[in-house]
Design a protein around this ligand. Structure first.
Ligand code: FES
Length: 95
């Protein structure tokens, strides 16, 4: 089923993104552009995304905090780890 008519994003596209590690809706939008034009599809897209997250065993609402809590590897966890590493690297360069 096509979820987003503006960008031709299907429910399968959303599920595939989750299966490949996308764990927050902003990243899904970056990857697929779903709900980024008229946004008529936003509720349906979120529903499909949330169902896919549940099926993947991830609530997806931690914003990367799961890097220390559940230990699963996901895009949110990777982002949460990268930010502190980048801050340390920037501090090291300034010193
Ligand atoms: S239908 Fe998805 S942005 Fe318009």
């Amino acid at each position: 089923m096509i979820v987003c008519l503006c960008h031709r994003v299907s429910d399968r596209d959303i599920r595939r993104s989750v299966e490949s590690g996308v764990r927050n809706f902003d990243l899904l939008q970056d990857e697929t552009r779903v709900a980024s034009a008229c946004a008529c599809c936003l509720d349906c897209a979120r529903e499909v995304f949330d169902e896919a997250l549940m099926k993947a065993g991830c609530a997806g609402r931690c914003g990367g905090a799961c890097a220390t809590s559940c230990g699963k590897t996901c895009a949110g966890a990777a982002a949460a780890v990268l930010v502190p590493v980048q801050a340390v690297a920037a501090d090291a360069l300034r010193a």
